[in-house]
Design a binder for this molecule. Structure first.
Ligand code: ADP
Length: 167
């Protein structure tokens, strides 16, 4: 049986683990002439990765938030805008310009959004890292990765962290 993959979904949490998985997803997209869907899910909009980006570009907004909590909606919008930029910056070097790619940012539970994304994008292969930003080192596989393997509607390729000292 020969299987070709035409829509590859690579969920990234902006960790170095997900960057390694992205590089493999890019190689597979190139060899299969597939479209790559890169998805980032904002789980906690007030996470430090977004806040530091907002602080750098709009310090006034962050200062206002400290004194006026009603600015929360504005911060949420800023997070969404910034995370799209962060996602593209994160992928920039790993994805050559000839690869067909769509970038997606969603908000909510990563697991639910990745599974919904796989349905929406007609994904036929998911490539993701076994570990991510919240990783507990002794776990063999993170909870998002484990549940994607369990519940995905298509094949899943998991990418383990590189072992130190090994090529
Ligand atoms: P850990 O518990 O080590 O953080 P996870 O199972 O949460 O491991 O993450 C494994 C992989 O799942 C990540 O490298 C990434 O590919 C994907 N993933 C996790 N969270 C998100 C997210 N918020 N958005 C997109 N992908 C995610």
């Amino acid at each position: 049986m020969s299987q070709t993959f035409k829509r590859i979904l690579c969920p990234v949490d902006l960790s170095s683990f997900s960057l390694d998985a992205l590089k493999l997803a890019v190689t597979l997209a190139e060899t299969n002439d597939a479209r790559l869907d890169v998805l980032h899910v904002i789980h906690n909009p007030f996470d430090e990765i977004y806040m530091s980006a907002i602080t750098q570009t709009d310090p006034a907004l962050m200062e206002a938030y400290a004194t006026e909590p009603q600015k929360r909606a504005k911060i949420l919008r800023a997070t969404e805008e910034h995370s799209e930029v962060l996602l593209k910056q994160f992928c920039h070097e790993a994805i050559p310009s000839h690869v067909k790619v769509n970038y997606h940012v969603r908000r909510g539970e990563p697991l639910e959004n990745i599974l919904d994304g796989a349905e929406d994008f007609l994904t036929d292969l998911i490539v993701l890292a076994t570990h991510g930003r919240t990783g507990i080192k002794r776990l063999v596989i993170g909870s998002v990765a484990e549940n994607i393997v369990r519940h995905a509607p298509c094949p899943v390729l998991t990418v383990k962290p590189k072992m130190e000292g090994k090529p």
